[in-house]
Write a protein that binds this ligand. Structure first.
Ligand code: MG
Ligand code: ZN
Length: 218
């Protein structure tokens, strides 16, 4: 039998995540684990915030995908360190995949390390990878009922970004309903409304991330 009990897998994963954590701390790197369903705009968001954050920080991006290098190619032009990790079918990144990719980065020359997880609202929330915080993206076309269906994702995240607010009013999506049900699960959740298309909300979000990275650097 190849199937292991999930708790066993998660325990082993946590041990490796703690090792990754030590490596990041030693190199004074702030690490964000970015999660969402497919098509929510993770890579588009990175394009938007890289424009701003790369002026202040040296940035590394780990692009997780089941296959293909499309997203990594989109980010390379920003002059940041980008490494693509193909999970070979796995629907999430785990701590071991991160550990294996770390030698491909020059961590001593990175202030902010962003991991774009595989598009999936379920298991990325279960697997720690050694991050300082998890950020999740929701988007208007997904509807406002996801916190009830995928509570762990909302509980584990420090921040929820609501993307595609340029599409508000085109469906019965309610910003208030999404905010309320997410805050019910995680009262401390920081929420930003943004549009990668129009750029609305991007300065506020970038500032918030900038402050967190700066505080860690002290
Ligand atoms: Mg992407
Ligand atoms: Zn998975």
């Amino acid at each position: 039998m190849k199937i292991k009990v999930l708790t066993e897998i998660l325990e082993a994963n946590n041990t490796i995540a703690a090792e990754n954590r030590r490596v990041f701390e030693k190199n004074n790197v702030f690490v964000v684990n970015l999660m969402s369903a497919p098509g929510t705009g993770k890579t588009s968001l990175l394009e938007r915030i890289l424009e701003k954050l790369r002026i202040k920080f040296r940035i590394g991006i780990l692009e997780g995908d089941i296959t293909s290098t499309v997203d990594a190619q989109r980010l390379e032009k920003f002059g940041v360190q980008v490494v693509q990790v193909n999970t070979g079918g796995e629907c999430h990144l785990d701590a071991n995949m991160i550990r294996n990719a770390l030698p491909l980065f020059n961590l001593g020359e990175i202030d902010l390390f962003i991991i774009e997880n595989v598009g999936n609202l379920v298991c990325p929330a279960e697997f720690k990878v050694g991050e300082d915080m998890k950020i999740m993206i929701s988007s208007v076309p997904e509807g406002d009922d996801k916190p009830k269906k995928y509570p762990l994702m909302f509980r584990e995240s420090k921040c929820m970004i609501i993307n595609k607010i340029d599409l508000l009013g085109t469906s019965d999506f309610s910003l208030e309903r999404l905010r309320e049900s997410a805050l019910e699960i995680n009262p401390g959740l920081k929420i930003f409304n943004i549009s990668c298309k129009t750029g609305e909300g991007i300065p506020e979000l970038s500032n918030w991330i900038r402050k967190l990275v700066k505080n860690q650097k002290k």
